[in-house]
Design a protein around this ligand. Structure first.
Ligand code: DC
Length: 231
C-alpha cells in the first residue's frame, strides 16, 4: 500500500506522514531530505547550483542514505551523519535551485520508485509523490495551510534547532519557495488527492482525519501506538 502526502513547505505534511506511517506500522519516506542531501553534497563539492549536468551526476552517484524513523529522519552523506545540517535555512535556500533541475528530479523520482518497489508499503511525502513518483498510489493526500501558519511553524522549528532567524525571514523564504515550487519545482496537487487544510488543526486532528479516511476505505488501522505515546 502506497500512501502519498504532498503539499507546500510548512503545511504539516512531514509530521503527519511520519505519524501516519508509525500508526500503520509501515515505513515513511521523506523525499525532501533527498533534495536537501544532494544540495549539501553540491555545496561541499562547490558545484554551481545551475550546472544541471554536474548536479545530475552528483544526484545519481553521491553516497547517501536515509533512515526515516517514527521520530526523526537520519541522513548519512559520505559516511557522515548530516541529519541536522540538512535542516538549516542555508540548505533550504539552495534546495529550491536543485529542485528545479528536471534531470535531477528524474533521478530522485527513480530512487523513490525503487524504494517504493522494495518496501511495498510506505507513506511517501513530498511535492510530487502522488503526481509523478506514484501516480497509481492507493491513497493520495494534499495538505495546505495559510502562509502565516506555515511561516509560524517553520519559525518555531528553526528556532528550536538553534537557528538565528526572524519570522519575517522565514515568511519571505516560504513565499519565495512557494513561487519556485509552483513554477519550476515539482509541487503538483493531484486531481485525485484528498485535500486537508491544516491551518486550524492540531497534528492529532490531522492524523485523525487521515486515519478516518483510510478506515472508511477499508484499511485496517491498528489501535495501538508503537511508541506508546499519545498523538
Ligand atoms: O519538504 P522540504 O522542505 O524538506 O523540501 C526541501 C526542498 O526539496 C524544497 O525546495 C522542495 C523540494 N522538494 C521537491 O521539489 N520535491 C519533493 N518531492 C520534495 C522536496
Amino acid at each position: 500500500m502506497i500512501i502519498t502526502i504532498d503539499g507546500p513547505a510548512g503545511s504539516g505534511k512531514s509530521t503527519a506522514a511520519r505519524k501516519l506511517a508509525a500508526r500503520l506500522h509501515i515505513p515513511y519516506l521523506d523525499t525532501g531530505a533527498m533534495y536537501r542531501v544532494v544540495t549539501l553534497a553540491a555545496i561541499d563539492d562547490r558545484l554551481d547550483m545551475t550546472d544541471e549536468d554536474a548536479i545530475t551526476e552528483l544526484a545519481a552517484t553521491a553516497d547517501f542514505s536515509l533512515d526515516c524513523g517514527p521520530t526523526h529522519v537520519r541522513v548519512v552523506l559520505r559516511g557522515q551523519d548530516v541529519s541536522e545540517e540538512i535542516r538549516t535555512q542555508r540548505i533550504a535556500n539552495h534546495s529550491k535551485d536543485i529542485a528545479r533541475l528536471k534531470r535531477v528530479r528524474a533521478i530522485l523520482v527513480q530512487k523513490q520508485q525503487e524504494i517504493g518497489r522494495e518496501l511495498g508499503s510506505m507513506v511517501s511525502e513530498g511535492r510530487d509523490q502522488g503526481s509523478v513518483a506514484f501516480p497509481e498510489a492507493d491513497f493520495k493526500f494534499y495538505m495546505v495551510a495559510d502562509l502565516d501558519t506555515r511561516a509560524d511553524r517553520r519559525f518555531h522549528d528553526l528556532r528550536a534547532e538553534g537557528e538565528d532567524v526572524t519570522l519575517e525571514q522565514v515568511k519571505e523564504n516560504i513565499s519565495s519557495r512557494d513561487a519556485s515550487d509552483e513554477q519550476k519545482g515539482g509541487l503538483v496537487r493531484p486531481d485525485d488527492a484528498i485535500e486537508i487544510n491544516t491551518s486550524n488543526l492540531t497534528i492529532g486532528q490531522v492524523l485523525e482525519q487521515l486515519l478516518k479516511h483510510l478506515a472508511a476505505c477499508g484499511v485496517d488501522v491498528p489501535n495501538d501506538h508503537p511508541t506508546g505515546a499519545s498523538s
